[in-house]
Design a protein around this ligand. Structure first.
Ligand code: ADP
Length: 307
């Protein structure tokens, strides 16, 4: 079953701007899916239409088989949305914010109280349930938004840049939490600017550019399309611009090199050359942000095709 099916979705705003130019997208139940795109690509417009906040010009959107236009309430009951900006009353407590949301969905008080407890525990905020949310940290406020979006137990959760602007520690703890929510059966769609985040969390991915889907595939096969793998080498002694035949070498600092290894070459030859040059390696790691390179390649290729 598809959690989300989008067919030929178009949106032209009243000023004539074509924000979506016929997109098709499918997200399977249980998936952890990344929707990527630069600013202005059309992500928010698509999310707005999925969550019935924006009217489509044409095309269809179904959430677990329910058409967002024709079966709006059923579609909405399957969906939880975590928007980019904190949009709750900051003078209210986390407990009330979540309970009020349950009220919007018509959940009876007794069940709402149980759901509120489950959701606040899931985002690790149960201890803070009676704290005025204004006093919570930025990361905690985002977690309140997630608990609020989950109170009606939606089968699909859309998170619009949930970790934008939060520090690395909070980001990592939110990753763990999102993984947990997904493991427990909720389908997650994530928009993010952090490609590293998409790479480490998501199984499938779509890339949107200027209102069109330019890539829609599983993460693993997308990454195998990278022709060069990048490694960071930490060295024992400082070196200056070493030449390694057949490899791209970038000097990060006197004792750190970034090496581009083409797919057809092996690492043994690299180490033979390093040894011959008397360069000793303390440690080596794969550069994590491989998706970024791919993203840049895709956009560049598209621009070349169009020019
Ligand atoms: P993203 O979320 O990927 O940054 P958006 O969906 O917000 O992209 O925007 C897609 C395009 O639509 C952009 O060019 C943006 O300026 C335009 N746009 C967004 N909202 C409106 C609106 N209400 N009226 C006119 N143009 C809009």
């Amino acid at each position: 079953m598809n959690a989300l099916s989008i067919h030929n979705l178009c949106k032209t705003y009243s000023n004539g701007l074509e924000a979506l130019k016929g997109i098709d997208l499918e997200v399977k139940q249980g998936d952890f899916f990344a929707l990527l795109g630069a600013n202005g690509a059309g992500k928010s417009t698509a999310i707005g239409i999925i969550s019935s906040l924006v009217n489509a010009t044409s095309g269809t959107v179904k959430i677990f088989g329910y058409d967002v236009k024709m079966q709006r309430d059923l579609a909405k009951s399957c969906l939880g949305l975590v928007p980019q900006e904190i949009n709750f009353n900051q003078f209210d407590t986390a407990k009330n914010i979540v309970l009020n949301q349950a009220g919007y969905y018509g959940i009876p008080r007794k069940i709402a109280l149980q759901r509120m407890e489950i959701c606040l525990k899931q985002v690790d905020l149960w201890d803070k349930r009676d704290t005025m949310s204004r006093r919570l940290s930025g990361g905690m406020k985002r977690r309140v938004m997630i608990a609020r979006a989950m109170v009606h137990a939606p089968k699909l959760l859309i998170l619009d840049e949930p970790t934008a602007g939060v520090d690395i520690e909070i980001r990592r703890s939110m990753w763990e939490m999102m993984k947990e929510v997904n493991t427990q059966g909720t389908t997650i769609i994530l928009t993010t600017h952090y490609l590293e985040e998409a790479e480490s969390l998501c199984r499938n991915i779509a890339i949107i550019d200027s209102g069109k889907i330019i890539e829609h595939s599983d993460m693993a096969s997308l990454l195998t399309r990278l022709h060069v793998d990048y490694f960071i080498l930490n060295l024992v002694q400082p070196v200056l611009n070493p030449i390694l035949n057949g490899y791209e070498v970038k000097q990060i600092s006197s004792k750190i090199l970034e090496i581009g290894v083409p797919k057809e070459r092996d690492l043994n030859d690299l180490f033979t050359q390093l040894s011959a040059a008397n360069i000793h390696v303390v440690s080596m790691k794969n550069k994590s942000n491989r998706l970024e390179q791919l993203f840049i390649n895709l956009i560049d290729n598209k621009n070349v095709r169009e020019s």
